[in-house]
Design a protein around this ligand. Structure first.
Ligand code: SF4
Length: 248
C-alpha cells in the first residue's frame, strides 16, 4: 500500500506492475517514468524490463502474489486505487491472478476498490468468469472520442459502480453516452510535455454529466504544474462522488 496524491482515493495497491502503451492517453505515462526511477533505486517490484517499443525499464508486466495479503492487514476502511502502476486486464496478467485480486476484494468488504483499465474489451470478455463484489468500482479511461467504445464494454460488466476517467482529456467527447455510468472524472494532462485541454471539452463533459444526472469530479486543468484543482474558472468546485459512496 502507498499513500497517494490522487484526490479521489486514499491509497494505491499494486498487485501487478508494468504495462505497455495502448492508446494516446498513454503517451506520457507517469507510471512508466516512475518505474524506470524505481528500478534504478533497486525497488524489487520494478526489476523486470518490458518491451522497449511499448514499455520500458522496470515496466515489464509482473504479478506480485505477496501483495494479495496486504489489504487484510489494513485496520481502518480505505478507498483503494488498484494498480496505479499497471493495468489489471493487460493480456499478460493471467486470468487466475485477476481472479485472485477479485477474491481479495470480496474478502475485504470494509474497503472500497477502484479498478481502472484501458483493456476494456478483455475486461468485458472475462467478466463472467468472476464474481463482482459490491465494493469493487470498475472504470475505463476515455481520453478522446476514438476510445468511446470502452464505455460500452464497461456497461456490459456487472459492477456495482461504473466510472469513467476522462484524463488526460485530449479531445471533445461529443456523443458520449452516460447511460448506466455512476461517476465521471475529468482533467487535463500535467507535466513538461502536457497536451493542452480546451476549456470547451471539459465544460461539455460537465454539462453532459449534469444532463444525465451523473456525479462529476473535475481534477485539474492540466499544464506543466497545474494548480486549479477541481474548480472552474469562476471558482466553482466540481468534486462530486458517486451516490453509493455517500449512502454506505
Ligand atoms: S494503460 Fe495506463 S499504465 Fe499502461 S501504459 Fe497506458 S497509461 Fe501507462
Amino acid at each position: 500500500m502507498a499513500k497517494t496524491t490522487i484526490e479521489w482515493t486514499d491509497v494505491t495497491w499494486n498487485p501487478t506492475t508494468g504495462c505497455d502503451r495502448i492508446s494516446a492517453g498513454c503517451d506520457h505515462c507517469y507510471a512508466l517514468t516512475l518505474a524506470k526511477r524505481l528500478k534504478a533505486m533497486g525497488a524489487f517490484k520494478y526489476q523486470n524490463d518490458g518491451d522497449p517499443r511499448t514499455s520500458g525499464p522496470g515496466f515489464g508486466i509482473t504479478t506480485h502474489p505477496q501483495t494479495l495479503l496486504e489489504p487484510s492487514t489494513w485496520k481502518s476502511p480505505r478507498t483503494v486505487f488498484v494498480n496505479s502502476m499497471s493495468d489489471l486486464f493487460h493480456a499478460k496478467v493471467p486470468i487466475s491472478f485477476v481472479r485472485d485480486v477479485f477474491d481479495v476484494i470480496a474478502d475485504t468488504p470494509q474497503h472500497t476498490y477502484q479498478v481502472l483499465t484501458k483493456r476494456s474489451l478483455r475486461m468485458s470478455k472475462l467478466a463472467e468468469k468472476f464474481d463482482w463484489p459490491d465494493n469493487l468500482w470498475m472504470g475505463v479511461s476515455v481520453e478522446d472520442s476514438r476510445v468511446l467504445p470502452r464505455i460500452d464494454h464497461l456497461r456490459a460488466v456487472p459492477a456495482k459502480v461504473r466510472f469513467l476517467s476522462c484524463e488526460p482529456l485530449l479531445g471533445p467527447l461529443d456523443f458520449i453516452n452516460l447511460e448506466s455510468i455512476d461517476w465521471v472524472i475529468g482533467g487535463g494532462e500535467s507535466g513538461p510535455n502536457y497536451r493542452p485541454m480546451d476549456i470547451n471539452w471539459i465544460r461539455g463533459l460537465r454539462d453532459d454529466c449534469i444532463k444525465a444526472g451523473v456525479p462529476f469530479f473535475f481534477k485539474q486543468w492540466g499544464g506543466r504544474t497545474p494548480k486549479a484543482f477541481g474548480r472552474d474558472l469562476d471558482g466553482r468546485a466540481w468534486d462530486e462522488m458517486p451516490l453509493v459512496k455517500m449512502v454506505v
